[in-house]
Design a binder for this molecule. Sequence first.
Ligand code: PLP
Length: 393
Amino acid sequence: MNTQELDKKYVLPTYARVDIEFVSGDNAILVDANGKKYIDFTSGIGVVSVGHANKRVNSAITKQISKITHISNLYYIAPQVKAAQKIVQTSGYDMKCFFGNSGAEANEGAIKIARKWGESNAEIKKYKIITLQQSFHGRTITTVKATGQEAMHNYFGPFPDGFVYADDILSVESLLDDHTCAVMIELVQGEGGVEPLDKQEVQNLALLLKSRGILLIVDEVQTGGYRTGKFLASNIYEIEPDIITLAKGIGGGVPIGVVMSSLKDVLSAGDHGSTFGGNYLSTTAACEVIDILNEYSQSGELENTIKYFNQELENFYKNNERLFTKKVGIGMMCGLRVKDADTLSAIILNAKENGVIVLKAARDTLRFLPPLTITKEEIDEGFKNLELSVSSL
Ligand SMILES: *Cc1c(COP(=O)(O)O)cnc(C)c1O
């Protein structure tokens, strides 16, 4: 049986898979089982931030795992503390980290910190967490409930209590009450349509929450790790969240999740944990990814790449205004609003045929999350293939 047949026989059908099997990659180039080449404008949903088969990451992790891969969090782990130090120092915030294995798990950690803080610091128990409509915070029972999308709450109940959804950032204030412990937001909603929140509105919310003694949690699972141009989107919005979560782009493809917080003493030994979280493999990968991206940012190359990619995207948008209504996003987290859902499906399908892979977000957004290290040549090739893909539409 081939891969597709084996998948159908042995893997639970939770994904509507695209009919491609990739076998290798090099930066933003992918090769499938038939030897066909593609330009990757997705980086595996914002994960392979330093490109496929990155030599530095591969060399760092193979060196590490030839010595030790895992021993559990009962012992000190050198690359874990180095990764924590790099993350904290690069962020510019006075925080400490906890390591898990995914974005959802990082958000679970954030919710646990907020809930324990809410129980310890008030006369009445504070437990309510406000999130936004169209948000996405993960697939565990709790983070599915934290996600402000009704369609995701159809099954799986009963859910944990205490999640309330605000229509938008301005309506958060009217939902705050004595039981509210935190507000959790993405600064750029990824799955929700690549729509950045308004900076002034976010800053006003941050001030309001501080004055009311309510925590601000920023879910940077997708935006973190230089995706928006700075290490954190919180840096661009110039806010000081109490809790930040990271995952996708931080491990270069090795599973990792991070919750970082300025509330350094809320959790104590035994309150939280993870078997795999922060092991030698994932944190060695994270250290190397962060080093690479710090250098890439400091040299100005990241900014040049962002400028070039956005200029080419703008050209593509202008050339095809019959199909699109708006360009959205920040940095290397971009999208084009497509006039209707059928056209969007057609573009994605044609793009695959023409050797460029792109993503969909919400109902009507063509989404771009290329590797941050994508070259000019790869960008040119990708947009050339995209132009071919829309020429008949
Ligand atoms: C992807 C994503 C998650 C979930 O991450 P997993 O690693 O799939 O659990 C949570 N929040 C945001 C903003 C995301 O983009």
